[in-house]
Design a binder for this molecule. Structure first.
Ligand SMILES: [Zn+2]
Length: 332
């Protein structure tokens, strides 16, 4: 009886009109192609693997929120100065394109106000200050606001004696902000010198790509410099190297090259980053952590003090100028 009912019912196969007979509909985002080996990967499996290709080990780029989700304890991140936005100090134009329009388009695309986010969080229970470049926004480039937010992160880490983690993914200085962009290299480097004086650990994580003014300043100044496998890390692009040295370069320097030449301390796979950084922070010791268990009460009551700021010379002039830029960036 049952068999008869099934026999009588016509077979129903859902199909779209434009598709040829026999072809099955597959959701567009169900499969993804690896950028390196071009193997077809099941998206869910790929994302569960933190966007690392299980076939060739390629570490795909993460945006800032994804990076924070892979590094910090769930729900522990508290963002600071989220609304700080770039102005257009040079009234920059490139052909028909206006810089402010590019910024607005990237804000819509990424949902973030700028190319870097920073704040407090916990990493395996250890309090940290973390700053992360967001590559999809203007290629994570170092502009006035990125430099200012980084400096605020560094100063916060020094003030609270909390370890600092900076995750770089950047195309270098932001050409639309010209010399103001280049000044951020000196500004962040000076702030890091004062962080070092406060004996607070700084861990720099270099991800693909970290190029131009970023590895030429803060990204290479970590107490420990860590890179992800295969990440492109260099100062000048291939064309510039070829024009300058008049030699054809087959490949651009990457994390492995940098490790071989002593420029970074270790290469760590994405899955191992969180436990590795947590282990490093524990090795650096309880002295730096105001909130860690086991810190003597008097240490918690007396955090490390920063040295007095310079009162004369070029540094003082630089500080005054940076205040002007801060107000440029912050007023809205
Ligand atoms: Zn692959």
């Amino acid at each position: 009886m049952v068999k008869e009912i099934f026999r009588r019912r016509p077979r129903f196969i859902p199909q779209r009109k434009e598709e040829p007979l026999g072809e099955r509909v597959v959701p567009q985002d169900m499969w993804i192609s690896c950028r390196k080996c071009h193997e077809l990967l099941y998206t869910k499996e790929y994302e569960d693997n933190l966007k690392v290709c299980p076939k060739c080990g390629n570490h795909d780029r993460l945006n800032a929120p994804e990076r924070i989700a892979t590094l910090l304890d769930a729900g522990s991140f508290e963002e600071l100065d989220a609304g700080l936005q770039s102005r257009d100090p040079l009234q920059f134009r490139a052909g028909d394109r206006v810089y402010t329009e590019k910024l607005a388009a990237d804000r819509r695309k990424t949902g973030l106000a700028e190319a870097l986010i920073y704040g407090r969080g916990l990493l395996e229970g250890v309090p940290v200050v973390v700053a992360v470049h967001n590559f999809p926004f203007r290629a994570g480039t170092l502009g006035v606001v990125v430099g200012e937010k980084l400096t605020r992160a560094i100063e916060l880490a020094a003030r609270e004696a909390t370890p600092l983690i900076v995750v770089s993914a950047s195309g270098g200085a932001r050409m639309e902000e010209g010399v103001f962009s280049l000044m951020q290299m000196a500004k962040t480097t000076a702030a890091l010198a004062r962080l070092a004086e406060s004996m607070t650990p700084y861990i720099s994580l270099l991800t693909d790509p970290t190029i131009g003014g970023v590895p030429a300043s803060y990204a290479m100044l970590g107490d420990v410099n860590i890179a992800e496998p295969g990440a492109h890390i260099h100062f000048a692009g291939g064309r510039v190297v070829e024009e300058t040295t008049r030699q054809k370069s087959e490949t651009l320097p990457n994390a492995e090259f940098m490790l071989q030449h002593g420029m970074i301390d270790m290469i760590v796979t994405r899955a191992e980053l969180r436990p590795t950084i947590a282990r490093l922070l524990r090795i650096y010791g309880t002295r730096c952590y105001r909130h860690s268990p086991g810190v003597a009460a008097q240490d918690m009551a007396a955090p490390h003090k920063l040295p007095a700021p310079p009162s004369n010379g070029d540094l003082a002039k630089g500080a005054a100028l940076s205040e002007v830029l801060v107000s440029l960036a912050g007023e809205e």
